[in-house]
Design a protein around this ligand. Structure first.
Ligand SMILES: [Zn+2]
Length: 381
């Protein structure tokens, strides 16, 4: 049972509050904005405006790409900058973490970049974005202080934190400095601060190591569940259902073929959704690397859809696109999921594509604005 099922009055109240704010903003924009709001197909809970070298489309160009199909977007950069090491790749300038052995480092300026892009928009345009703070090192006890400083510097902008990463194939070991860990008190400080402020969390954590052993318990599952249970007041969206490029769906035994593995994985997801101590946990099904598992076989698609139908409040759609050049590229993963969309109930489909985004992000927005009103001093620093 989800948190919101237990507190329907509160959820409705927050949703009403945010809807009121949105209506007020549209009024500011005048009659054209009010009349022009189209019936959007979806919201995107996971989007990177910039890539691993901090490049991407201008936010106004991205609004054109969203067009009248995508209503709202959780927007962030990428906290890790890929170093161009001349010693390593010479004149070849890497743009992705797999293109060089040179390290990645935390690039905190990304938060200022995203905030300034957001602030350049009109209020009606701003209402379509939920900027997220990502430029912190989760292995640093001072990370929570960075997040607080961003809220103090750019009040009225951010809704949450993430996508930030603890374990990720190839990436974790390339990060300069300490390795992030689910058992690090620095991460507990971050999640405590999110609970205090209402910041919604998008966390990337591979459930397992790459090319994991068949039948073994996923390496990071126990630590991840313990972390979530230590922070019952922090709403966490577990990005990509814990999967990745070479982090395959959990495979129970050797008799299970590759196409059936997503079913094993979804059983595990189901057990977490059923756990009353994890009612603050949500999943996003972003990334084409994840979509490929959900549509690997008719049975995998059916199983994925049945879990979503059973817990329609707990899954969000996101693209995980990085700096897309056009709408076709931006929405290719939405199209990939078509076989899953077809098997969802009308209620589940509406919630996964829009309703859950509105409920969670609107509630977080309202809470963070209230925290800022009470805690951010008005005079300049
Ligand atoms: Zn991502």
């Amino acid at each position: 049972m989800s948190t919101d099922c237990r507190r329907p009055g509160r959820a409705r109240q927050l949703r009403g509050l945010a809807a009121g704010t949105l209506a007020a903003l549209l009024l500011v924009g005048g009659a054209t904005a009010r009349a022009a709001e189209p019936a959007y197909e979806l919201h995107d809970s996971h989007f990177h405006l910039t890539n691993y070298i901090q490049e991407g489309p201008r936010i106004r160009r991205f609004l054109e790409i969203m067009g009248d199909r995508v209503g709202r977007v959780a927007i962030f950069g990428i906290p890790l900058q890929q170093t161009w090491s001349y010693e390593n790749s010479g004149d070849f300038a890497p743009t992705y973490y797999l293109q060089t052995d040179a390290p990645l480092y935390y690039y905190s300026f990304t938060d200022a970049y995203i905030a300034k892009a957001y602030q350049s928009l009109t209020p009606a345009e701003q209402a379509r974005f939920d900027p997220m703070i990502t430029g912190f090192n989760p292995a640093d006890m001072y990370a929570a202080d960075h997040i607080r400083r961003v809220l103090e510097t750019f009040p009225g902008v951010f809704t949450g934190i993430g996508e930030f990463t603890i374990h990720k194939e190839f990436v974790s070991s390339k990060v300069a400095g300490d390795t992030a860990s689910l058992t690090d008190p620095a991460l507990d400080r971050i999640l405590d601060f999110a609970a205090e402020t209402g910041l919604l969390v998008i966390l990337h954590n591979d459930i397992d190591v790459p090319f994991a052993k068949v039948g073994a318990e996923p390496v990071y599952l126990t630590q991840m569940k313990a972390l979530l249970k230590r922070h019952p007041k922090t709403n966490v969206i577990w990005a990509h259902v814990g999967l990745g490029r070479v982090v395959h769906p959990v495979q129970k035994d050797a008799a299970v073929g590759a196409a059936e593995r997503p079913q094993n994985h979804m059983e595990l997801v189901l057990s977490m959704l059923e756990d009353p101590e994890l009612s603050h946990l949500y999943f996003d099904i972003s990334w084409d690397e994840v979509a490929k598992y959900a549509i690997a076989s008719p049975e995998a698609t059916r199983r994925t859809a049945s879990v979503i139908n059973r817990f329609p409040d707990r899954t969000l759609f996101g693209t995980d696109e990085v700096a897309p050049p056009d709408q076709a590229r931006y929405l290719r993963i939405y199209d990939m999921y078509e076989p899953v969309w077809k098997l969802l109930t009308p209620e589940a489909r509406e919630k996964v594509l829009k309703g859950n985004y509105e409920r969670l992000f609107d509630a977080a927005r309202a809470r963070v604005r209230a925290w800022e009103a009470a805690n951010v001093r008005k005079e300049p620093r």
